[in-house]
Design a protein. Structure first.
Length: 251
């Protein structure tokens, strides 16, 4: 819940800056959120009540600068509200606070563990996820859950988020031709959801297996037809011999 008084006049998303013009520090800050969104686009293809923003400003007050996480997820909002799409995410227009934010730590520390944590906590964002591939002694993935107004670190990899219906975790894989550790979505049984590339390969493999089964069935059907034809020929030959012996095979 936002606990401050908003002014009477509230600008729309079109009237607010749609970028802070700050370049990302690391390519992973684009690729990691991009992979998560790409998986959701397949997983939730039929749903129109969610929005996943990447490097997009979240406006919570018209007189203050937007907060720009590497990625965030909102549920219960319109996925698209017009063909121009969202220039930014404005809380007083959307009336829904994001349920999940992600920060990918780069070589330039941006106060992910201090100021940003406090900001997201103040906004009431339920899950705050931090990923730092450079960590060696501490977990590279941290999932913080808002409990009684304060973030509590959740244990495990992946971490199940029941309010979202997804788990999030990290493991080695391949995306965009790069083999390394990536973030993925998981189901309640900790089974990882496939990436788009894996989904294409899986569907192709399944189609090939179906084609192979169909070919095998056709081969078996042809063999059965051949056996039936052979049996019919033998029966006709036997009937012919009986007729030659003066025996009516139909009696």
């Amino acid at each position: 819940m936002l606990k401050y008084n908003l002014p009477r006049y509230l600008p729309s998303a079109e009237e607010l800056p749609d970028s802070d013009e700050a370049p990302v520090d690391n390519e992973l800050q684009e690729l990691i959120p991009g992979l998560l969104k790409a998986i959701l686009l397949i997983l939730w293809a039929e749903r129109m009540d969610w929005f996943f923003g990447i490097d997009m400003g979240i406006y919570y007050h018209p007189d203050r600068p937007a907060i720009v996480p590497d990625a965030f997820l909102s549920l219960g909002v319109e996925r698209f509200y017009d063909e121009e799409l969202r220039p930014s995410y404005v809380l007083w227009d959307e009336n829904v606070t994001p349920i999940f934010v992600l920060e990918v730590v780069s070589q330039n520390y941006r106060k992910e563990y201090s100021d940003k944590l406090a900001e997201y906590e103040g906004l009431g964002i339920l899950y705050y996820v931090i990923y730092s591939s450079r960590r060696r002694r501490k977990p590279r993935l941290e999932v913080h859950k808002l409990v009684n107004g304060k973030y509590e670190l959740q244990l495990g990899n992946p971490v199940w988020m029941p309010e979202i219906g997804l788990g999030i975790g990290c493991e080695r894989g391949n995306y965009s031709g790069v083999t390394r550790e990536w973030l993925y979505w998981y189901d309640a049984e900790e089974k990882r959801y496939l990436t788009p590339e894996e989904q294409v390969k899986y569907e192709a493999q399944r189609a090939a297996q179906e084609a192979q089964r169909a070919a095998q069935e056709a081969q078996r059907a042809a063999q059965e037809a051949q056996r039936a034809e052979q049996q019919a020929r033998r029966a006709e030959q036997l009937a012919q011999r009986l007729r030659e012996l003066g025996i009516d095979p139909n009696v």
